[in-house]
Design a protein around this ligand. Structure first.
Ligand SMILES: NC(=O)c1ccc[n+]([C@@H]2O[C@H](COP(=O)([O-])OP(=O)(O)OC[C@H]3O[C@@H](n4cnc5c(N)ncnc54)[C@H](O)[C@@H]3O)[C@@H](O)[C@H]2O)c1
Length: 376
């Protein structure tokens, strides 16, 4: 079995999830690659300290160039604020390492295009993070749509809702400010998760009408004062996708303020013959529609049947650490040329396309009109 030696740059919320996933890598059944976390870089001592408990980690540094200079690192996962994506991703590629990049793959469209072009010329393997489609229920929805068994498509609805920003006393962080999060705001935070499945099904928006909202304009700065929040909080993107010569509405929802929704990723695909709905709010539940003499919405408990088989019993429930592990399994399998038709991570082309959509959404909102996209 080959070993992929992974370094993490940015040991915050997401960087630590990598240590968690690799710590139970053996849950994968007959999987061809072993993943090992060998190096970590973070500017903050407290964040670095946490990784000292991970037995495979041999290098801990505050300087990402030191991590990239290590011949022991094959693959790098970068999970840092969006204003640093372009510089650090390019450094990774120039160092000759493969990259699992965090979304949104650069702070804006220009950055995304530069990263994708550099990736192409470097010949390195690069993908972007989006783990929710790896839930068994999400895969069932994807497969139902791919088979064409749903008939003529009526509409598609894909979204990601958060709610903790409803609290006006939640302190500000880098995700709430344009200079670090990007002008696209919530679209950069949550948007990649909403487009991964539609894009993979070939559903690329040809036009978009966007409704963007800034709800709280300032938040506590954690030092007794207030700090500005200038990013978009909620985004509704009403798009058209061309499917079999018809325009089909695809609504993308990205919300930081959605009452009661802690972390709800969902997809609904409705057709004349069938339909499918899955939400992480009900992780075991898959709703399917069948048009017969009676029109039936049926609810099934999905089994734990992941894209990459695991030893976990199929009566058990999947959770966030499972879909994150599955995403890594997809990344390393594809890197090894062993994806074998399974669902893969977001490609650089898809990441750039998402930025094209979000840039068009900014224009649409500013000009209060639908904006056309050059869709492949
Ligand atoms: N896939 C997902 O579900 C998901 C969820 C949340 C965030 N993200 C993405 O992950 C990335 C990071 O988000 P997060 O929530 O982990 O943020 P975070 O603030 O929790 O962690 C970022 C870390 O990067 C470190 N850092 C900053 N500058 C650095 C530098 N120059 N060198 C090394 N380390 C540096 C910070 O000290 C911090 O520990 C973002 O791109 C974000 O959009 C993805």
């Amino acid at each position: 079995m080959s070993v992929a030696r992974v370094g993490v740059i940015g040991g915050g919320l997401m960087g630590r999830e990598v240590a968690s996933a690799f710590g139970r890598w053996f849950v994968l059944d007959s999987y061809p690659v072993k993943a090992e976390l060998v190096a970590v870089c973070d500017l903050v001592e407290k964040q670095r300290e946490w990784f000292r408990q991970v037995p495979t980690v041999r290098l801990i540094t505050a300087n990402h160039h030191e991590l990239l200079a290590s011949p022991e690192v094959d693959v790098v996962y970068v999970a840092v604020p969006h204003n640093l994506h372009e510089t650090i991703y390019l450094d990774v590629l120039k160092a000759g390492k493969d990259l699992l990049a965090e979304k949104p793959f650069g702070i804006d469209l220009n950055a995304a295009r530069t990263i994708a072009a550099t990736a192409q010329s470097s010949g390195r393997f690069i993908r972007c993070s989006s783990e929710f489609p790896f839930f068994p229920g999400a895969q069932r929805a994807f497969r139902a749509a791919r088979t064409g068994s749903l008939g003529k498509l009526l509409e598609i609805h894909s979204g990601f809702h958060h709610s903790s920003d409803l609290d006006p006393n939640k302190p500000v962080n880098w995700k709430r400010q344009v200079k670090t999060c990007g002008e696209i705001g919530v679209m950069g935070d949550l948007g990649m998760h909403t487009v991964h499945v539609p894009f993979r099904l070939g559903w690329n928006p040809v036009r978009v009408y966007a409704q963007l909202q800034k709800i709280y304009r300032e938040r506590p700065d954690g030092k007794g004062g207030m700090a500005p929040c200038d990013t978009w909080d909620n985004a509704l993107l009403h798009t058209d996708v061309r499917i079999e010569d018809a325009d089909v509405p695809l609504r993308l929802e990205m919300k930081r303020l959605a009452p009661g929704e802690r972390n709800s990723w969902f997809i609904e695909i409705l057709g004349t013959e069938g339909g499918v709905k899955f939400s992480t709010k009900e992780l075991k539940t898959l709703w399917t529609f069948q048009r017969g003499k009676d029109q039936l919405w049926q609810r099934a408990d999905v089994s734990f049947q992941a894209e990459f088989p695991t030893i976990t019993g199929d009566i058990f429930e999947a959770g966030f650490p499972d879909c994150f592990l599955q995403m890594w399994a997809a990344f390393l399998a594809e890197r090894a040329g062993k994806l074998d038709g399974k669902f893969g991570c977001v490609t650089p082309e898809e990441a750039v396309r998402s930025h094209e959509l979000f840039a068009a959404a900014l224009r649409s909102h500013a000009e209060k009109r639908a904006v056309e996209l050059n869709t492949p």
